[in-house]
Design a protein around this ligand. Structure first.
Ligand code: SAH
Length: 445
């Protein structure tokens, strides 16, 4: 279906699309911002909402700027690159405020979203599919939204600058050495993805070659040439993913060069990062986020702290320095194992790790708990978990959320017994519509 309508953008959706209404329908439009008017090409509809893109712009937002990235509109990863950074931050603050009031029924102060001084080139993790275009050229980049067509990207402006020349040189080497690129339709070929992880605090950089089979031809030569070209690479890992799937990483791995992991630091603690570890992608803003969260904790009484949805244990390990004890719960086995290793590496002894579902765990846990720091995934927490906190009368809850809508739902539930005293959005993902929020809740007297 394709038809064109003319409309005015009155709001921004939670996915960062411009919202247009025409009396009958609601349209979500890529790259259209509040106050702008445009001809909109309507592409498809889902659950009663129409989705489209800008065909011709008439009235432009005063916040509109020239995006740094040439493929910004085709790629779709950066919903906000076409508006200036202060407007991006305002949109994020507004999203949190509106979610809390609309979904949470809460009228609370929301502090202005904390942004970065330099909001580009921040990501420490980049993963790109390699493919062959219609002319037979090797390309790499991002999949176009809802498709498997690769949009070639030479320099992604939100990713660590060190990654782009490595990705380019891998492409050149692959061509020179005739390493076959994987074909998603036929399942033939070898190289599927390249993933690069960079350390912010150490001179360490990891390249992961995701391949369909182990030991591709010329592997030794490939590794030698690449590490000579890029001495900044400290480790190369081959990850084998032979399945026909959208999941990037497979189960088996072989270290081709270096130790197989890199290290990085958050607030003076060192963490080991392997190919699949969950690790916050913005090394500068993670410190801002964690500081804001931990500043809320009343450490005076040496509390027992629960770090729920703990990932590789970062927040709990930092909190452990001032707590009497930290209990850390994480469902993912690898992350939980990494968390234990991270405790050893940093000589932390007052932390216990449980690999479990947070709700199952807390229902069974009968020892006293003073403070809960929770950082659930996008779908938020659940009533089982939250009701136990209320029954236990935990004095303070610090909720870190990457999704204002599920946060608002959970706060509505908790607000029966807790006052929401502090709401601080933090911009972990400049140029995108995502926003992280730190919330401080206190047991009502
Ligand atoms: N606090 C960490 C990780 C946050 S991401 C950090 O700042 O780095 C959310 C984490 O919750 C992920 O590691 C995910 O594996 C975990 N998780 C998801 N569902 C869970 C559940 N039901 N119980 C416990 N952990 C869960």
């Amino acid at each position: 279906m394709t038809n064109i309508i003319r409309g005015k953008c009155i709001d921004i959706s939670s996915e960062g699309k411009g919202v247009v209404k025409d009396g009958k329908h609601i349209y979500f439009v890529d790259g259209l911002f509040i106050g702008e008017e445009a001809d909109i090409e309507v592409k498809y509809s889902r659950a009663g909402v129409y989705f489209g893109k800008v065909k011709k712009l008439y009235a432009l937002s005063k916040d509109r700027i020239q995006p740094k990235c040439k493929v910004c509109t085709a790629c779709g990863g950066c919903q906000y690159q076409q508006i200036n950074y202060s407007a991006q931050l305002e949109y994020k603050t507004k999203r949190v405020k509106e979610a809390l009031s609309r979904i949470g029924g809460l009228k609370v102060d929301v502090l202005p979203c904390l942004g970065m001084t330099e909001p580009y080139f921040y990501r420490n993790k980049i993963q790109m599919p390699y493919g062959v275009d219609r002319k037979g050229n090797v390309v790499y980049g991002f999949f176009k939204e809802n498709s498997h067509e690769i949009i070639p990207v030479k320099e992604c402006v939100i990713e660590d600058k060190r990654a782009s020349s490595i990705l380019w040189d891998i492409k050149e080497l692959v061509k020179k050495m005739n390493i076959p690129i994987y074909n998603e339709d036929t399942g033939r070929g070898i190289l599927r993805y390249v993933l690069i992880r960079t350390s912010y605090h150490y001179n360490e950089l990891m390249v992961v070659l995701v391949t369909s089979t182990l030991n591709f031809p010329g592997q030794r030569n490939f590794v030698d040439t690449l590490t000579k070209l890029h001495p900044e690479i400290t480790t190369i890992v081959e990850n084998v993913n032979s399945r026909h799937t959208n999941v990037i990483l497979g189960q088996s791995e072989k270290v081709l060069f270096g130790p197989g992991y890199i290290k990085d630091k958050i607030l003076d603690l060192t963490f080991e990062i392997s190919t699949s570890s969950f690790y916050q992608v913005n090394p500068i803003q993670v410190e801002v986020l964690y500081k804001k969260a931990l500043n809320l904790v009343d450490f005076n009484k040496k509390p027992v702290v629960l770090d729920a949805y703990s990932g590789v244990g970062t927040i709990g390990l930092i909190a452990s320095r001032n707590a009497s004890k930290v209990i850390s719960v994480e469902i993912n086995k690898d992350a939980s194992r990494n968390a234990k290793e991270n405790a050893k590496r940093n000589n932390v002894n007052n932390i216990e790790f449980y690999c479990d579902d947070a709700s199952d765990f807390i229902e069974r846990y009968s020892d006293p708990l003073d403070i809960v720091i929770m950082d659930p995934p996008r779908k938020g927490s659940d009533e089982r978990f939250l009701s136990v906190l209320m029954n236990k009368k935990v004095t303070q809850i610090i909720y870190i959320s990457c999704n204002p809508e599920t946060l608002a739902r959970d706060l509505k539930y908790l607000s029966k017994q807790y006052s929401v005293d502090y709401v601080q959005p933090v911009d972990m993902f400049p140029m995108t519509a995502h926003v992280e929020t730190v919330v401080g809740l206190y047991l009502k007297k």
